[in-house]
Design a binder for this molecule. Structure first.
Ligand code: HGY
Ligand code: MN
Ligand code: MN
Length: 408
């Protein structure tokens, strides 16, 4: 069975206009007006497709297509929010291909044994409210709901997840965890170079690497750039740059699988002729090996604490996110492999470098992911692109794998 490719591409194009940036980019930050607009469009399309629409208390949107049996649903979906200056496929592909699966089943008047549920998870990216994978984390009841609802916007600390969910009209009634799921499939762009380099059509993802996000604030003393002798300075900026170099060097050691990124750094008062009073920066660290990840957190903390002491500065540390590597379901990954081969597509088992809602769903039901190639391996970038044929291949594998799971 195949999807309606024209309808899917038109829909991807339509959503890409909501928060579009440049030629093909999209910026649709979670809980923003753009996120609301995309949610409203998805809700109207879910209703048009005859789905029973639920919104839970963290704004996850669930569209239920009933089946012959009243049992937990086969869930398909991803997220509509993006990073700043992001792409049109990261997340949206999984949600819109999921909608296409449902519309294709309707076209062919297929009533499935088990129900199918299309899910749009809230704030997968976490670029303005921590943690990332927030909606799926709450859906799987993995964290403290009140902590999530009171998470403050990095941009404007007067805003919380709860206040913004209410503002955009997506603070739902359904309790997190109330919606039963039988299994979960997520179609997603690879966001890396592997499939393209190896000229493989489909990735059957069987694990997601671990991740932690930590924020450090180093405090020294603002002073005059021209009159303050170097040895008398309490230069938070200089200290932070030593830390950034150390963090970067950790993931450049021969043979390590560790990835570290300092993606944000801010000085205060941030003036050309003032020794920085404070330097605030974040670390994003990832690894397939939980031990290596833990070890790297300890090494980074130790280095920064020693360095701050050496310079006579002050340190504040905030752990924002910590998720261990997650093994996905090998049976579901095997099904993805089988359906890809049935469609004469090349396929390989692989880990995911990026975090995904699937890694949260894996804790409550058999879960795996379908990857399609990213051109030049680029993502989290306005030039993120996946070829039309790869979009279609991924959606067809999602359709057939979901259908098989409804019979299983
Ligand atoms: O950061 C990630 O890996 C994902 O894009 N949220
Ligand atoms: Mn994503
Ligand atoms: Mn992303």
């Amino acid at each position: 069975m195949k999807i309606n490719t024209k309808r899917l591409h038109e829909n991807i194009q339509r959503y890409a206009q909501i928060g579009n940036v440049g030629e093909i980019g999209v910026e649709r930050i979670a809980l923003s007006d753009e996120d609301k607009a995309a949610r409203d469009l998805l809700k109207s399309q879910m209703l048009q497709a005859g789905l029973e629409v639920h919104v839970d208390e963290v704004g996850n949107m669930i569209g239920l297509r009933k089946g012959k049996k009243d049992v937990p649903a086969v869930a398909i979906g991803s997220h509509l929010d993006t990073v700043y200056q992001g792409g049109r496929y990261d997340g949206a592909l999984g949600v819109l291909a999921g909608l296409e699966v449902i519309e294709t089943l309707d076209d062919q008047s297929i009533e499935t044994e088990k129900p199918i549920a299309l899910i749009n998870f809230t704030n997968e990216e976490g670029v303005n409210y921590a943690p990332d994978m927030m909606g799926s984390h709450a859906f799987a009841q993995l964290g403290d709901l009140n902590e999530i609802l009171s998470s403050l916007s990095y941009d404007d600390p007067t805003k919380t997840v709860d206040s913004e969910l209410r503002r955009i009209g997506y603070k739902g009634e359904m309790k997190c965890g109330a919606f039963g799921v039988d299994s979960f499939l997520e179609l997603h762009i690879e966001q890396g170079p592997v499939l393209e380099l190896e000229e493989i059509d489909i990735g059957a993802v069987e694990m997601v690497q671990g991740i932690f996000w930590t924020r450090y604030k180093i405090t020294g003393q603002a002073n005059h750039a021209g009159t303050t002798p170097i040895h008398l300075r309490k230069d938070a900026g200089y200290a932070a740059s030593e830390a950034v170099k150390f963090i970067g060097d950790l993931s450049r050691k021969e043979g390590t699988k560790l990835l570290t990124t300092v993606g944000t750094i801010a000085f205060e008062p941030n003036a050309i002729n003032i020794v920085p009073q404070t330097a605030t920066f974040t670390v994003d660290a990832r690894c397939v090996d939980a031990e290596v990840l833990k070890q790297s957190q300890n090494e980074i903390d130790e280095f920064i604490e020693d360095m701050v002491k050496k310079h006579g500065l002050r340190l504040e540390r905030e752990e924002m996110v910590r998720f261990d590597p997650v093994q996905l379901d090998v049976r579901v990954a095997g099904l993805i492999e089988k359906e890809a081969k049935n469609l004469n597509l090349s396929v390989k088992r692989m880990p995911s470098g990026a975090g995904h809602d699937a890694q949260m769903m894996a804790s409550i039901c058999p879960t795996a992911m379908i990857f399609v190639p990213s051109v030049n391996g680029i993502s989290h970038n306005i030039n993120e692109y996946t070829k039309d044929l790869d979009v279609e291949n991924g959606a067809n594998v999602l359709l057939n794998a979901a259908l098989t799971l409804t019979k299983a």
